[in-house]
Design a binder for this molecule. Sequence first.
Ligand code: NAI
Ligand code: MG
Length: 501
Amino acid sequence: MNAQLQMTPLDARVASFIRKPRQVLIDGQWVAAKSGKTFEVYDPSTGAEIARVAACEKADVDAAVAAARRAFDSGPWARMSPSQRGRIIWKIGDLILQNLEELAQLESLDNGKPIGVARAADVPLAADLFHYMAGWATKLEGNTIGLSVPYTPDAQYHAFTRREPIGVVAQIIPWNFPLLMAAWKLGPALTTGCTVVLKVAEETPLSGLRLAELCQEAGLPPGVLNVLTGFGETCGAPLAAHPQVDKVAFTGSTEVGKLIVKAASNDLKKVTLELGGKSPNIVLDDADLDLAIAGAANAIFFNHGQCCCAGSRLFAEESIYDEVVAGVAEHAKGIKVGSGLDPQTEMGPLVSTEQLDRVCGFLDSGQAEGAETVVGGRRVGDTGYFVEPTVLAGTNPQMKVEAEEIFGPVVTVKPFKSTDELLPSANQSNYGLAAGVWTNDIKKAHRTAAELKAGTVWINCYNVFDAAMPFGGYKESGWGREMGEEALELYTEVKAVCAQI
Ligand code: NAI
Ligand code: MG
């Protein structure tokens, strides 16, 4: 790995964006943290400091929530026509596309992901989410309801429901898809007329701050979107517990998700959670194996395994097990690991030293507990946070590597004899975010999909996302859904209006 060789030259706008300490957006103004504190942002491929951002704490949270509250209670946002709101949201999507290269470079620099992936997936998907949601602004409708009230047999009623914005929403997002996670959260909140305080992840604050500038340029009124940078305990926690917040939407670890629920329980705020996963990916013996093997490798190694839906438990039917293991191992060996800004790179670094230590800790525990390393298993080099794509065999559900979310490029692989034997093992997890099935038998495909306890099941594909398709988890993978019509419902209250006529 020679990360310095052929880097994508930094766009002048990116260079100037990271040169000066970045402020945060509160009530339409860019301001420093009230304490004046800042913290460093690192390039995960070198560990070098690339930027500084404001270290927001409770006082900044208070100011941002107050601004969002004012904007919701008395500003134009919730009162403007749905068409006007939709046009502003559509324009955010347009501006993301107009600034695609700049956003892709910021994302690659900050998160470490390959620049080609940021250009082809993260940024266009974020734009598409706003475009998709913009169309819903004019289509949020209630129902008219015929009543049969038994104790007023002669009365006539006109009863209907209204969908109203839930209010001020606190949104807390992680670092694995910084821009896209911001889009998934902001799209439905803005479309329904809510106002927002968004806390971006401390590891990757840059693209969210740039997105906030684009939202201003698109015409969002002051206070509708407030964006804070800061740490979980000092900025995220007071935001999640704030009494003026009506709903908290969180994506991140299951551990913090449970803290969010506790923080919200004081005043019973609405909560949606998109948490971890340990998703089964199942290859049946009649599958197109070239497709399935490449798909299984992509399911775990995409985004360096830092996907909540990563296909981290691979199951292959006994007769094809050896071929599948060998094939995925071959893919793993062929992956070019390097800096995200090197256009040749297929897999970048993990996001931080914490994640590097966490993933290496899992690799050590796998070895100590007797897992067989088919390929990979080690850190790459000693600069940056790189880990080898890894395939582990001979694991069991008691081993940490099979039971817990690793959030790195590490897959466990197991044989199975029949789908009857397989399904209990595939579903044996506290998580239930996603699953994959590879087969050419349409009956088996759909029967298996129906039996899997997961919020998304991909058949003969993996990691396919669309703004129109809901995403979220069963069990400890979370509450509620993102994207699609389902997400909008979770940002509205339903009001029943009953008039006697
Ligand atoms: P995390 O859950 O600590 O961080 C995610 C977000 O929550 C960040 O913005 C963070 O500042 C904030 N946060 C942290 N503590 C908080 C608190 N007490 N109150 C309010 N907000 C808080 O996740 P972390 O530490 O970055 O990663 C740890 C593990 O979590 C990963 O190894 C992975 O297993 C999982 N994870 C899952 C993600 C997903 O997409 N579902 C994304 C990121 C991490
Ligand atoms: Mg954490």
